[in-house]
Design a protein around this ligand. Structure first.
Ligand SMILES: [Zn+2]
Length: 250
């Protein structure tokens, strides 16, 4: 029986892992939803050699936590990703899969027991690995346009109230100037610079293209959940600005 890194977990070994590269140690937590019909189906896939995917933890709807890969190892959950210029997110992060059918099958609200377990697990990992609040991220943050999880119903505000993650009350939605696909120029360049400064993988070329739209959507999905439309409205830009000002590690 392997000992769990997190006291509240039970162990079920996945064969899908390798060593962290370049002697990297984790300083990021990446949150996912499983996007499958049930927790057991997800567990089966995360432990299936031929699936070549895994995560360090799996959190069930009732709050049960299963550890699948030791924290010191590199689990395979991020795929092609980028944050703050780093692309080997698997080597830098601890991956947590949260059981939820997801957008494709039909996203459901995360039960309170499950969120309480995620908060306890993240709090413990943050303590043991000194993970900065702004490095507790959504899969969609590091892979915009490719991934949507854990989705716009995930309660990042509640995590933050419990001391987990970086979040501020979003600015209210109202009229005014906004930017969307097709716009270009200095304001777009400035906005791209702000997104890149926060960590998003985005080219700074002054052109609001489909890739930028995906990044704006990812930002909204995490920080301005009321409207996720890929349009950089006043509320989105202000919220980003205030997040940057409130960042601890810049
Ligand atoms: Zn994911």
């Amino acid at each position: 029986m392997t000992a769990c890194d997190h006291a509240g977990a039970t162990y079920r070994a996945s064969p899908n892992f390798g060593p962290r590269r370049d002697s990297k140690t984790p300083d990021m937590i990446l949150l996912h939803y499983t996007g499958m019909s049930s927790g057991d189906a997800a567990l089966g896939r995360l432990c299936d050699l031929s699936a070549e995917v895994s995560s360090h933890y799996l959190v069930f709807e009732d709050g049960r936590i299963m550890q699948l890969v030791a924290e010191q190892q590199r689990a395979w959950h991020a795929g092609a990703s980028s944050w703050k210029g780093e692309s080997d997110i698997n080597s830098l992060s601890i991956g947590i899969e949260i059981v939820n059918p997801g957008h494709e099958i039909g996203i459901v609200d995360y039960p309170a027991e499950q969120i309480a377990a995620v908060i306890a697990l993240c709090g413990d990992i943050v303590q043991r690995h000194c993970v900065p609040a702004e490095r507790i991220l959504a899969h969609s943050d590091v892979a915009p346009g490719r991934k949507l999880d854990p989705g716009e119903h995930f309660p990042w505000d509640e995590l933050h109230r419990n001391g987990v993650g970086h979040w501020i009350e979003p600015s209210s939605i109202r009229g005014g100037r906004f930017f969307s696909v097709g716009d270009c120029g200095e304001p777009i360049e400035a906005l791209q610079s702000m997104l890149a400064l926060y960590g998003y993988g985005i080219e700074i070329d002054g052109v609001f293209d489909e890739k930028m739209r995906a990044v704006i959507e990812a930002f909204q999905r995490h920080f301005r959940q009321e409207r996720v439309d890929g349009v950089a409205d006043q509320s989105t830009i202000e919220t980003l600005h205030r997040l940057l000002s409130a960042q601890s590690s810049l």
